[in-house]
Design a protein around this ligand. Structure first.
Ligand SMILES: NC(=O)c1ccc[n+]([C@@H]2O[C@H](COP(=O)([O-])OP(=O)(O)OC[C@H]3O[C@@H](n4cnc5c(N)ncnc54)[C@H](OP(=O)(O)O)[C@@H]3O)[C@@H](O)[C@H]2O)c1
Length: 171
């Protein structure tokens, strides 16, 4: 199945000031796009810290939250906590009929998927802000070659760019 990493970045490449930073700075257009894309895919995968900044499952789509904390158990239909290895998790989602999964951060979870070469496309909204310090897309050393597929101005000073991961170059 296709995995799309969907993230908003400041111009200096930050996804948050810290792990607890509520993502209220990305703008209305970005939020609308995030909602449309995740609902269309039907499933989003995120780390427990990202989930905690949102504080609730996003409605109308399956929320897969990665956590190693066995005490985190969901009673809700569209919310699951899992510590399955990413490849196994994606195989399960494929079995359930999903064809695209949106990988929605944060840095730690992005990194474990990147390490296993499971990210097919990366969609970024560049927000005209600077944080100076903070979390970046990945929390560790990663090497990826990307091809820009397209980009557009969102009309609010933000640029949305879509990249494809080039696997051949990594072989
Ligand atoms: N700008 C954006 O588009 C965007 C998007 C998403 C998130 N963010 C921001 O990113 C920040 C959070 O990022 P983060 O890197 O600190 O945390 P994160 O990646 O969201 O979550 C990290 C947590 O995932 C769990 N985890 C890590 N490795 C795991 C594994 N192998 N298997 C299962 N669970 C695993 C652990 O939770 P347990 O302790 O529960 O085991 C760990 O504490 C927040 O501020 C959020 O707002 C920004």
């Amino acid at each position: 199945m296709k995995v799309i990493l969907l993230m908003a970045l400041t111009v200096d490449g930050m996804i948050a000031r810290d792990s607890d930073h509520f993502p209220d700075w990305t703008g209305r257009e970005d939020k609308r796009m995030f909602k449309d894309m995740t609902i269309k895919a039907g499933v989003l995968i995120m780390g427990s810290k990202t989930y905690d900044t949102i504080g609730r499952p996003l409605p109308g789509r399956k929320n897969v939250v990665m956590s190693r904390n066995k005490r985190r158990i969901s009673q809700q239909k569209d919310l699951v906590f899992t510590d399955k290895p990413p490849r196994e998790l994606l195989a399960d989602l494929r079995q359930e009929g999903f064809e695209v999964a949106i990988l929605a951060g944060g840095s730690q979870i992005n990194t474990i998927f990147a390490r296993e070469d499971l990210i097919d496309e990366i969609y970024l909204t560049y927000v005209p802000q600077i944080f100076g310090t903070g979390l970046t897309l990945f929390s560790d050393s990663i090497a990826m070659q990307l091809e820009l597929m397209d980009f557009k101005h969102l009309g609010t000073g933000q640029i949305f760019a879509r990249y494809r991961v080039i696997r051949e170059a990594m072989a």
